[in-house]
Design a protein around this ligand. Structure first.
Ligand SMILES: NC(=O)c1ccc[n+]([C@@H]2O[C@H](COP(=O)([O-])OP(=O)(O)OC[C@H]3O[C@@H](n4cnc5c(N)ncnc54)[C@H](O)[C@@H]3O)[C@@H](O)[C@H]2O)c1
Length: 442
């Protein structure tokens, strides 16, 4: 089978609703890599390799040399925010990257000025901004569509993708207005307050056939109405919530415990962080969205219903505390109560001094590049193979998410092999030994 992914010709516009810590770290990072100052560490598309064929073939190209991804030199960034700061100023405020590094890429960062946000204070009560669009939700969606089209024309982009890097919105369950595209469009016209700002961006993108990934835990594209629209306009979508920090560690460690049939009684996770994300999450309604996104992970990996002796009693608790002195340098503690042979108890303690946006920026880059590639490969709707990057992966209705990061990686790699007409790898490996037996006999 030959690949039928169209080549990545011309420029790719990456548009980011929310030019805060993650977005500015991404943009500054890509500029630094382009200048040869830094390496894109943590980006699987840029640094990761993929095995092809049998182990004896020794084929292990870099992923970016295997699948047709946009080159970093062909990317143009843009975005929206409710603060008017350009990306250089926003990056300084975010306090993730050192000023000395930012000064080396100051020119291109200063050139990126946000477009006015489609915002509703009720969805992030700890934020107040004046740099916002006016109008009903329907009018806001039209304005965002104009922004996308104008950006594409002004920057001579062949293709555009959107990655939501905006604040976490308050928690709510999907309701009638989200259930079909017709009801959603009616809701836009009626300025229905149940349509969140992130959904307005997503609707505008999908309407134009522009792929959309969601880095926050809000529902956004994870509603039937927008899944329907993605199918109609043949557009790929992915969400939710960049898998960084504590949840990244959880999805690395929990599969290992489950693999060795070790029991887990309890998992207590607490964090302190002091960036704007932390401020927004200080509101209980916004925290609830994050909590739901983080809580599902362990249950999906350990599956207490299949193995009640080992995981039936698990007590899982998550806390996030806003602590300004730490800025973006989140610190997390996990206490894991496990038990082994004959029920004997043990404990694991993790103290992860992480840098949230340093872990999130490469994920945002990879999602943008893969969503763009998916569009060129005629893949539309939910891209479950991108779960690898997400805390709360979006799946087909009724399908339980796969949160084990190793299974997610196998799925991602096999999807790439499939797209490029390479054999899928099952890791069975019996054939190596059959060949050996035949050699000995002959
Ligand atoms: N940093 C991480 O490691 C990480 C990990 C997982 C998920 N996330 C999520 O990614 C998002 C961004 O994180 P961050 O650390 O960059 O936060 P941040 O607070 O630094 O940046 C978010 C930006 O979005 C803007 N914004 C809010 N609503 C908007 C709207 N409707 N339109 C346009 N702009 C809007 C805010 O003004 C802010 O500048 C958050 O939702 C966060 O929960 C971050």
């Amino acid at each position: 089978m030959k690949s039928n992914v169209k080549p990545a010709e011309g420029k790719l516009g990456i548009l980011l609703p929310g030019l805060g810590a993650v977005a500015t770290t991404l943009i500054a990072g890509v500029e630094a890599v382009k200048k040869g100052i830094s390496q894109p560490i943590g980006s699987v598309t840029q640094m990761g390799t993929i095995r092809l064929g049998k182990r004896t073939e020794n084929r292990r190209p870099k992923i970016k040399d295997f699948v047709p991804l946009a080159d970093l030199n062909d990317i143009v960034f843009g975005g929206w925010d409710l603060f008017e700061d350009n990306v250089y100023e926003a990056a300084i405020n975010a306090g993730v990257l050192e000023e000395s590094l930012l000064n080396k890429v100051r020119g291109p960062l200063e050139a990126i000025k946000p477009m006015k946000a489609a915002f509703d204070h009720n969805y992030a009560k700890n934020l107040t901004g004046t740099y916002v669009k006016e109008g009903t939700r329907f009018e806001l969606a039209q304005q965002v569509m104009d922004d996308i089209k104008n950006f594409q024309a002004a920057n001579n982009c062949d293709r555009v993708v959107l990655v939501w890097c905006g604040s976490t919105e308050v928690y709510f369950e999907p309701s009638d207005v989200h259930s079909t595209l017709a009801k959603f469009e009616e809701g836009l016209k009626n300025d229905d307050k149940l349509i969140a700002p992130s959904m307005i961006y997503a609707y505008a993108a999908l309407k134009l056939g522009v792929g959309f990934a969601n880095g926050a835990p809000n529902l956004t594209v994870d509603i039937p109405a927008l899944i329907e629209l993605a199918k109609i306009t043949q557009t790929p979508i992915a969400g939710k919530d960049f898998k960084t920090g504590q949840t990244l560690m959880k999805t690395i460690l929990a599969p290992g415990l489950a693999a060795r049939a070790l029991g887990v009684h309890g998992w207590f996770s607490t964090n302190i962080l002091g960036n704007r994300d932390g401020l927004v999450l200080d509101d209980p309604d916004n925290f609830k969205t994050k909590e739901v996104s983080k809580l599902g992970v362990l249950e999906d990996i350990l599956r207490p219903e299949d193995n009640p002796e080992l995981y039936g009693e698990i007590f899982h608790k998550i806390r996030i505390n806003y602590y300004p002195p730490h800025g973006d340098n989140k610190e997390s503690w996990d206490n894991i109560d496990i038990f082994g042979w004959l029920g004997y108890k043990m404990q694991i303690k993790i103290n992860f001094l992480c840098r949230d946006s340093i872990l999130a920026a490469p994920i945002a880059l990879d999602l943008a590049l893969f969503i763009d590639m998916a569009k060129r490969a005629n893949m539309s709707g939910v891209q479950e193979w991108l779960s690898f990057y997400l805390k709360s992966p979006q799946t087909a209705p009724g399908l339980q998410a796969e949160n084990d990061i190793f299974k997610q990686l196998i799925k991602l790699e096999n999807t790439l092999r499939h797209l490029m007409g390479e054999d899928l790898i099952t890791h069975l490996g019996l054939d190596y030994y059959e060949d050996l037996v035949e050699d000995v006999i002959s």
